[in-house]
Design a protein around this ligand. Structure first.
Ligand code: AMP
Ligand code: ZN
Length: 106
């Protein structure tokens, strides 16, 4: 099966500038920003949605939030939103788990 776009980005098959990279996750700019500052925290493990998160993924989920916090500080954001879109009705378009960092409003 063809790997998904976020798997390709995380595996560096699509060259992308990472703000941060760890063994479990990468953070990069959203290509179509919905806020003045919009980054995505993407798990290297392919999990299609929050709906598919398993007990064994709990540490990974905490890691994504921790990385988001560090990225927001690096970006100079004093306040921001962290968002998981879940399912089509929840606005999820890419079926690979990712946490949106949204901020930079006046
Ligand atoms: P979601 O609607 O939660 O699935 O969010 C997917 C996000 O990925 C959207 O905000 C898109 O703008 C963003 N996106 C899609 N393709 C890329 C890409 N190649 N590089 C960076 N961001 C992307
Ligand atoms: Zn994937």
């Amino acid at each position: 099966m063809e790997p998904c776009i976020f798997c390709k980005i995380a595996n560096k098959e699509i060259p992308t500038e990472f703000l941060q990279e760890t063994p479990e996750a990468v953070i990069f700019k959203d290509i179509k920003p919905s806020a003045p500052v919009h980054y995505l925290v993407v798990s290297k493990k392919h999990i299609s949605s929050i709906k598919e998160v398993k007990h064994e993924d709990e540490a990974l989920m905490g890691h994504l939030i921790h990385e988001a916090k560090d990225a927001a500080a690096k970006l100079g954001l004093s306040g921001y939103k962290l968002v998981f879109n879940v399912g089509r009705e929840g606005g999820q378009i890419i079926d690979h788990i990712h946490l949106h960092i949204l901020g930079g409003w006046e």
